[in-house]
Design a protein around this ligand. Structure first.
Ligand code: MN
Length: 742
């Protein structure tokens, strides 16, 4: 058992001016009051409040909170009274101890209504002083650590209550360390088999990858040293419960979990976070869509960090969290961390309740309590609050009231697939709470979702990157296989129509029928798809259909076009082609007749964008890429020179963007930033405040006075991009910002 002086020493380590007398008085008082009482384990009862106090010292709590922890069971379990504690320790501490006493009486009531009442009282007690919650959570944690000594029937109930109420509440308050340990122990009691299986598997994977992890850690440290970034690198492993929950929620196998391995990079300043990110992205390739900037946009519980996933040296995915020391503290201790700052800020008046009122987590607590004051049905309240507590899940309803649980970030598309695969496949729209909403909408707790269906619908391939559930992803992949083939055959038909038209011929699909054998294709669709994929040249099809077809026939409208810079060239096989020259490509006549309409990657053609991007408003041209469809380039892109000798791959395209589209388009910009503290954070802030996304960021060159970086942005259109560029240029941290190849 921890001795009196040890407890004082522990607090002294983080709070040198500790009020020793208060700690000593509380220690002696609680020890005497509990006297010879024993716990279920046979240990002296006093060991319990002492351990609770010890947990709070790990969170660097002030001495008043520690003293309350020592006293927390005295009124309930001993002869101590509120009046006596008021007398000895002052009314503020008396009130806190009484608050905890009330809560203790509430533990383990199994009936739903009573549980709801408990939660109400718990939240009310917390709302008066958040320290009540901190002590209560530490109390629950110690009880969970010693749960083995409880009778079996009680264990499961305590574990379930912990999983339902206390762990999520700790998470809501931003106390991730506390949440993880509560979940881990509760998981072990609630589902021992799953717990053992997941834990054993994690240990095995960790053992097998030990060497790799060390390599990555060294590589990261070396990289930061090279860039003169002071950073602590620590590997971290996913916790069994979060692995299990993710596998269940997303129907993934162990192997599909990308973020079992992770590293946490802790640096000095916000600026260093972005510098470290740039250095990482320049060295390893990143996994698209996994970059999240919770620094410019913090989470609701005040969590701040940059997340990214890279492909490690032996091809495994590695998740990285980059944050400052201060952010790290808040991620670990949440609201408790805020009280640390208040205290080290000089004033230690014990006004704990004033501490965290500015934080998001506390704002949530206040809102919840306000709702509670309005509501008259405690059961409804329990349900609502429990839903709110599960930060990683959302619970939605069908119009008939069926509950559908989905991972956070789920869209109406996930919802549709969760109801039934057929519903997902035929989904064309959604009403959320009676209003038509975009299918990309992130669902919230309690949303009622009605799926609008059409038999003619085929799920677009791009949905695959929008959905978050495994079930939806697998179904979309299946359904889009055929649809993709259709896209290629549609493109093939377009290409053939154009080629025939140029030769002065009329194209019909029927005309392909007699020549299938010559083209070695099994049906018409197959011919079209092969042309669309670039595997079969349109001229070969033309020659098959018109055996007497000669190069000389390629002549229409030549004089006029030549003036505008069109030219005839011969391809490698000696075929003659007419292609627009550079002048024609830059002409202002777009959209030209016959140009293929481009709706973005979610449209009905197999479209992707050049690495430097292309945005609506750009004049564009398509290059047919064998096997992948059309790649869209802005016409001024120098990369197009590479295709000058392959005229058969050029295709006229034009934008066909719906005003209401939810799709953003890629654009690469080069930014030269002044090397000053906060300049990278400034840039991220300008991008975020303009409703644009940073997709990737990498450093090109770092000089002592400036850093040149490439940022892949996602924007709505050219106007949006130009506005953003001009704001970047205006920013005092930026010396130059311009588009790359746009
Ligand atoms: Mn207790």
């Amino acid at each position: 058992m921890m001795r009196q002086y040890e407890l004082v020493e522990r607090v002294q380590r983080y709070k040198p001016d500790v009020n020793e007398a208060l700690l000593n008085k509380a220690y002696v008082y609680a020890m005497q009051k509990h006297g010879h009482q024993k716990r279920a384990s046979g240990d002296p009862y006093f060991s319990h409040p002492l351990e609770v106090a010890a947990i709070l010292t790990e969170m660097h709590m002030d001495e008043a909170t520690i003293a309350v922890a020592l006293l927390h069971d005295t009124i309930e379990d001993t002869t101590a009274t509120r009046a006596e504690i008021d007398d000895l320790f002052g009314p503020e501490m008396g009130k806190l101890v009484e608050g905890l006493t009330k809560l203790k009486k509430l533990d383990l009531v199994s009936k739903k209504a009573e549980q709801a009442e408990n939660l109400r009282k718990l939240l009310l007690a917390i709302s008066e002083d958040v320290r009540v919650l901190l002590v209560k959570l530490a109390d629950r944690l110690h009880n969970m650590r010693t749960l083995d000594h409880m009778p079996e029937a009680k264990r499961l109930r305590i574990a379930e209550e912990t999983m339902d109420i206390y762990a999520p509440l700790a998470g809501r308050m931003g106390m991730q360390g506390m949440r993880e340990e509560l979940e881990e122990i509760a998981f072990r009691y609630i589902n021992p088999e799953a717990y053992r299986a997941v834990t054993a598997r994690l240990a095995e994977i960790f053992e097998r990858n030990k060497g790799v992890l060390t390599d990555i850690e060294k590589a990261l440290s070396g990289l930061f040293e090279k860039h003169a970034i002071n950073a602590g690198v620590k590997s971290r492993q996913k916790k069994p419960w979060s692995v299990f929950r993710k596998m269940e929620a997303k129907a993934l196998s162990f192997e599909q979990l990308s973020d079992i391995f992770g590293f946490r990079v802790v640096v000095d300043t916000v600026e260093d976070c972005y510098r470290a990110l740039g250095a990482i992205h320049t060295t390893w390739s990143m996994v698209p869509g996994r970059f999240k900037d919770y620094i410019s946009t913090p989470k609701q519980n005040d969590y701040r960090s940059i997340h990214t996933t890279i492909v490690g040296p032996s091809r495994q995915r590695v998740e990285l969290q980059i944050r400052t020391r201060e952010m790290n503290k808040i991620a670990e201790y949440g609201v408790a961390a805020h009280s640390i700052y208040k205290d080290t800020g000089g004033k230690t008046n014990g006004a704990g309740h004033a501490i965290s009122k500015e934080t998001n987590a506390y704002a949530w607590l206040r809102r919840t309590i306000e709702q509670l004051a309005e509501g008259d049905n405690p059961e409804d309240f329990l349900e609502n609050t429990k839903l709110e507590l599960f930060q990683d899940q959302v619970f939605c309803f069908t119009p008939k009231g069926m509950l559908i649980a989905l991972p956070r970030g789920a869209t109406p598309i996930d919802f549709a697939y969760a109801v039934h695969t057929d519903v997902g496949d035929t989904c064309v729209g959604a009403k959320v709470n009676g209003r038509i909403m975009p299918l990309m909408t992130e669902l919230k707790n309690g949303d009622e979702v009605e799926i609008i269906r059409s038999k003619a619908q085929v799920p677009p391939a791009a949905w695959e990157s929008v959905v978050v559930t495994g079930k939806a992803r697998a179904a979309i992949r299946r359904a889009t296989k055929n649809a993709i083939r259709k896209q290629y055959s549609g493109l093939g038909a377009r290409i053939l129509e154009r080629a025939f038209e140029r030769a002065g011929k009329n194209f019909t699909k029927e005309s392909l029928k007699p020549v299938l054998h010559r083209l070695a294709r099994k049906d018409i669709e197959d011919v079209l798809a092969s042309v669309g994929r670039g595997e079969l040249a349109s001229t070969d099809v033309m020659k098959a259909v018109f055996p007497d077809y000669k190069d000389e026939r390629v002549t229409p409208a030549a004089p006029k076009q030549r003036e505008e810079g069109w030219s005839k060239i011969r391809n490698a096989a000696g075929m003659l082609f007419q292609i627009p020259g550079r002048a024609a490509r830059k002409d202002k006549d777009q959209p030209r007749d016959g140009a293929v309409p481009i709706r973005g990657v979610r449209g009905d053609l197999p479209v992707r964008f050049a690495p430097e991007g292309a945005v609506p408003g750009d004049r564009i041209v398509g290059i047919v890429q064998p096997g992948t469809g059309i790649t869209i380039y802005p016409i001024q892109s120098p990369a197009l020179q590479a295709f000058d000798d392959q005229p058969e791959r050029w295709i006229d395209v034009r934008w066909d963007i719906d005003e209401r589209t939810k799709e953003r388009f890629p654009a690469r910009v080069s930014v030269t930033a002044i090397n000053a503290p906060g300049s990278l954070a400034d840039i991220a802030q300008v991008v975020a405040s303009n409703d644009a996304n940073i997709h990737t960021l990498s450093m090109v060159r770092t000089a002592p006075d400036f850093t040149e970086m490439l940022i892949d942005l996602e924007v709505w259109d050219l106007k949006h991009l130009n506005r953003l560029l001009s704001q970047l240029k205006d920013n005092s941290s930026v010396s130059d910002a311009r588009r790359v190849n746009g």
